[in-house]
Structure formats: structure tokens, C-alpha cells
Design a protein around this ligand. Structure first.
Ligand SMILES: [Zn+2]
Length: 596
């Protein structure tokens, strides 16, 4: 056995040293969907130029931008490898997402497999009789150690599907549905919508934008062209340049829309099909602003851990509060600058974000840098206790972006704002170095830009859970901040109806409910000797004053229990933001909330 181990080691060393020489070799993929109704894509991967006698192909475990190990290999079946003469080669799995092929002296190896695709979301893949959606990391395997290889992709749409919408460039002169990619990162960073979607185009900021919309909805193409162009122009103004020549939006109109996923020159948005009219339309524009902003912030301005990616495991970073938080700050600021919110509406939105952050118990437990690092196991795997222990890096990150913006505007007397810091990151790391930054480099860049030591800010609000002095930050830019939190009678449990029963869903840490011994999943049957429904008990608990007696009959695992206690007090932190008068602060406020 020792000899075998030695051989394997030698083989690994050889593969590493040959890695550089193999770069020029191409990998050709073919994607078919012979019976869309059974939800299987058929994939072929043609690999040549591997000198070693063995090779490995792998399926990623996650989709960049969505920080959860999704185990895409679970959907893969029937992996078969053949040489150039059609002779089958031995294939065996070596771990959950790796297939080892004993190729011997074969010059060309074709790996074929099928992928079950029946999860329609922006980060997973789907196929049925109405359309196909490919999120690359769940469909295309890669040759281990060779993600830098370029190559081609041929899509063979089902005969009932006439269109493919993707940002992947066509392989010039090869006809429709033949594409070329620079490296595996590009291939899987270009989602593909295959079907009979409505398509339209618009120009904005010198960039050609292509839109493919799947599914009916109450949208108007002319209005979308105009409004999406305005968002694009406002965002390009933040950075001073738009690095893309073309950009693709894939939009899924569905019942349960769940947001978007960013890519370097495209995005997939999933929205409720009736979102395009009335108040909901502004949320759609905010989603467009969010995902489009990411083409700079996270796809180009990025932590060093987020690209090139390790597709094999979690990619940890402390900086999602900047990547997602700053993007969330701008996804409301940009619609304001583009004229979709009034200043008053915008201030109420910012106020409500800050009240959500400061009013959450988890904010005092989980620093936002830790929320970022642990996104894989906490934000993306929430449970009934998450509200007590976590704070989202989206909202607290957006709040910190607002604080920094206010600080920069006040400090420079309205000459500069957070836009200029984003420009610095873009220039210093993406344009000059073409790479991501470490946490230390980010902190140094912030310090340089601010012209002062920002360690205390980072320690208190990013790695700490302190409450920022809001008035100190927002006062100088024309916003009056008042603390409005006060002690009130509060039970601290959420009880809702499930299959006709009143079930406890959530309990706030330190609440009256917790003190009394109530637990999540308990069924509340009676209050003070009377049978109650979920609605009734909720109403009774709301009407009680501090000190009032509470007597609950509950069932826990079918055992009846009586719980007794007294209504307690709780102070939920909250703030009221209001514009204030004063010449100097009005000038700075006008700069902060300027229209573009
Ligand atoms: Zn985002």
C-alpha cells in the first residue's frame, strides 16, 4: 500500500507542475434538455490535453453571492466517461463532489452526466416544459486544477424553446447557441434563461443592456426601459465609470419572488409577477439598484476571499457588511437620487432600517463582522432563535454606510461623500491591482480616505455591538435624531395559528414569556381558565399592563402544563429622525440627498 501512496503523491506533484502548461487546452461543454418535463439537463464535457493517467472532475458546492453550501452534486446522476474511440473509462467517486476518471493514455475524454433541476431560484437551476434556467455552478462540472482553461459551450435547446438569454459571449461565426468562455469563473458567472421569454434592450451610460423576462406580469416594457436606464445612470455616476460593454438582466416573474443574484455583467431577479405597479414598483427598482450596484461592489471591489473562488468549500470573509451592507445603503439612496423617492420618504426608510437594527435583540449579541464570517451557518441557516442571536450584515452594514457617508460629508463640508470612498476602492484594488483586498487593506484604505484613525469605529460597530451616537453623525448633515424608546408592558412571544392550534413560534430572550417558562412549539390552550385561540390570546396579552397576572394552560408534547407569571416591562430601542432647519446643515443635506 505504501507504494500506491507514493505513486499518488508523485502524480499530484506532476499535475501541479503541468498545471501551467495545460492552460491553453480547452474544455467544450454541451447542454441538452431532451425531455424538459422530467427536469433533467444532459451535460457533456469534452476534455483534451490531460497528460496524466487519471483526472478528476468536480461539481461546485455553492453559488458565489449566496453563502451557503448547497451540495449541487446531490442532483448529479449517471456520470460516464469515454475516450476518443467511445470506449468507456473507469469512473469512481472520491468524495461528495469529485469523480476520478482513470483515463490511461486517452487523448480526449468525454464526461457525460445528467442534472436534476427543479428548484427555481436565482442561485439554483430549473427545467420544465415552460422554460429552463441554468445557474452555472449547479450544472457545469470543472476539471480539477484547471478552472483557468478557456473553452466553448453549445446549448441545444428543446425544440419548443426558441431563445437563450445570457451574458456569455457568442463564439463568433459559430451560429446561434454557441458560446465561448475565458475561464470557468466566467462560464458559471453567466446564468442562462432558455425558453420563450420576452426580450428587449436599452442603452444607458454607454452600455448595451439586454433584458429577458420569463413569466407573465403587469410590467410595461417602455416604462422598464426608461426607469432601469435611470437607475443605471445614477449608479454609474457613483463610480464615475461603467466597466461593462454589455449587461444582461434575467427576470423571473413568479408568485414567491425571492430577490436577486449578482454577476459581473448580468443579474437574475426573481420577483412577484404583480410587482410592476403601485408602491411595489419602487421595491422592484430598489432590487434593480441593488443587483446592478454589485457589478462594482463585490464583483470588482471585493474581499480577497471572494474571487477567484474556491468552489469546493466555504469562502470566509469578515467584509459582507461592506459588500452587502453598503450595497443595501445605496439600493435606497440611488432610487432617491434618480427621483423615485422624496427626501421625506427616503428619511423614513433610513429611520426604519436603523430602528430595525437597534430594536433587534441579536444586534447586541452578534457583531456584524461575525455575522459576515458565519453567514454560511447562521444567516443562511436561520432557526427559531436567530432573532435573539444574529443581526443581518445587510441592515447593520447599511446603517454603518449611512454613518460613514454622513461623517465624510460633514468632514469635507459637502465636497465628498461615500461615493468617493467607493471610487478609491475601485481604483486602488480593482483597476490598479486587479484583485480583492484583505481586511487590513480595507481598514488602511478607510483610514487613508478619512484622514483619521478609524480603528475605534471598526472596533465599536463592526467587531463590537455598540450603539452609535446617531445625533453626532446625522446632526451636522441636517437630521435631528431623538431617542423615542420607552418601557412598555411586553410578553415577548409570537403565537400564531397552525392547523387550528395556537403555537408559539418565537420567544424574545429575557422576555416575560421566557421567564414564565414558555417555549417555542408549545401549544397555548387556555388563559386564566378559559379556552383561547391564537388570535384571542394575542389580544389578551396585548391588553395587559405591567404587573398583571398571567396564567396559561399549555400542551408540550401532549403533556398539559400550567404556567404562571406577571407581565413585565420591555424597552425596545427606537429613534425618530427628522429634517431640521439651519443654513449650514441644509446645504450638507442637499448634497447628501442630491438628485442626479
Ligand atoms: Zn446583495
Amino acid at each position: 500500500m505504501k507504494a500506491n501512496v507514493f505513486k499518488t503523491t508523485l502524480f499530484l506533484l506532476c499535475s501541479l507542475s503541468f498545471g501551467g502548461l495545460l492552460k491553453a487546452q480547452e474544455v467544450h461543454y454541451e447542454l441538452r434538455m431532451e425531455k424538459p418535463q422530467n427536469h433533467y439537463f444532459q451535460v457533456k464535457m469534452e476534455i483534451s490535453g490531460v497528460k496524466d493517467r487519471e483526472m478528476e472532475v468536480k461539481m461546485p458546492v455553492w453559488a458565489p453571492g449566496s453563502y451557503l453550501v448547497r451540495e449541487f452534486a446531490k442532483n448529479v446522476n449517471l456520470v460516464i466517461a469515454k475516450d476518443q474511440d467511445g470506449k468507456e473509462l473507469p469512473v469512481r467517486k472520491t468524495n461528495k463532489n469529485t469523480w476520478k476518471i482513470t483515463k490511461g493514455s486517452a487523448k480526449r475524454v468525454t464526461v457525460s452526466y445528467e442534472v436534476y433541476a427543479f428548484e427555481l431560484s436565482v442561485r439554483t437551476s430549473f427545467l420544465d416544459a415552460s422554460h429552463g434556467f441554468v445557474s452555472g455552478t449547479g450544472v457545469f462540472m470543472y476539471l480539477a486544477g484547471a478552472t483557468e482553461r478557456e473553452g466553448t459551450l453549445t446549448i441545444v435547446p428543446h425544440t419548443s424553446f426558441k431563445k437563450v438569454t445570457t451574458a456569455l459571449p457568442l463564439d463568433e461565426g459559430k451560429g446561434a447557441f454557441n458560446y465561448r468562455y475565458r475561464n470557468y469563473d466566467q462560464l458559471v458567472d453567466c446564468p442562462m434563461e432558455i425558453g420563450n421569454q420576452e426580450e428587449f434592450d436599452f442603452e444607458a451610460s454607454g452600455v448595451h443592456h439586454h433584458v429577458g423576462i420569463y413569466g407573465p406580469g403587469n410590467y410595461e416594457v417602455d416604462r422598464l426601459k426608461k426607469d432601469m436606464a435611470r437607475i443605471v445612470e445614477s449608479e454609474t455616476a457613483v463610480f464615475g465609470e461603467n466597466p461593462n460593454k454589455d449587461y444582461t438582466f434575467i427576470i423571473h416573474n413568479v408568485v414567491n419572488g425571492q430577490g436577486g443574484l449578482e454577476h459581473i455583467n448580468s443579474t437574475t431577479l426573481s420577483v412577484n409577477r404583480w410587482t410592476y405597479q403601485g408602491a411595489a414598483y419602487k421595491n422592484f427598482l430598489s432590487l434593480v439598484a441593488h443587483e446592478y450596484f454589485h457589478l462594482w461592489n463585490v464583483k470588482r471591489i471585493r474581499p480577497i476571499e471572494l474571487g477567484p473562488f474556491n468552489y469546493d468549500e466555504e469562502n470566509y470573509t469578515d467584509l459582507l457588511w461592506v459588500m452587502e451592507g453598503f450595497t443595501s445603503y445605496y439600493d435606497e439612496l440611488i432610487p432617491l437620487r434618480a427621483g423615485y423617492y422624496t427626501e421625506g420618504e427616503y428619511l423614513r426608510k433610513l429611520n426604519s432600517t436603523i430602528n430595525y437594527v437597534e430594536g433587534s435583540v441579536g444586534t447586541r449579541v452578534q457583531p456584524v463582522a461575525h455575522a459576515s464570517f458565519d453567514a454560511w451557518i447562521k444567516a443562511y441557516r436561520p432557526n427559531e432563535n436567530s432573532a435573539n442571536t444574529t443581526m443581518t450584515y445587510y441592515s447593520r452594514g447599511a446603517m454603518l454606510a449611512a454613518l460613514l457617508d454622513a461623517k465624510i460629508i460633514a468632514k469635507t463640508n459637502g465636497e465628498k461623500c461615500l461615493d468617493h470612498f467607493m471610487q478609491k476602492l475601485y481604483k486602488d484594488f480593482y483597476k490598479k491591482l486587479d484583485r480583492g483586498f484583505t481586511v487590513i487593506e480595507f481598514r488602511t484604505a478607510l483610514k487613508e480616505f478619512m484622514g483619521e484613525n478609524m480603528d475605534q469605529f471598526i472596533e465599536d460597530f463592526v467587531y463590537g455591538t455598540k450603539v452609535p451616537p446617531f445625533e453626532e453623525y446625522f446632526g451636522p448633515i441636517g437630521v435631528d435624531v431623538k431617542y423615542t424608546g420607552k418601557e412598555e408592558a411586553s410578553f415577548g412571544a409570537r403565537i400564531s395559528e397552525r392547523s387550528g392550534k395556537a403555537i408559539v413560534n418565537r420567544i424574545r430572550a429575557g422576555s416575560t414569556a421566557e421567564e414564565m417558562g414558555l417555549s417555542v412549539d408549545d401549544e397555548v390552550i387556555g388563559f386564566a381558565g378559559y379556552r383561547v385561540s391564537a388570535k384571542e390570546v394575542e389580544g389578551i396579552l396585548k391588553s395587559l399592563n405591567a404587573g398583571d397576572e398571567i396564567n396559561l394552560l399549555i400542551a408540550r408534547d401532549d403533556i398539559l402544563l400550567e404556567l404562571k407569571g406577571q407581565m413585565g416591562l420591555y424597552e425596545r430601542p427606537s429613534y425618530h429622525f427628522e429634517f431640521k432647519d439651519g443654513e449650514a446643515s441644509e446645504k450638507l443635506r442637499a448634497y447628501w440627498l442630491r438628485a442626479q
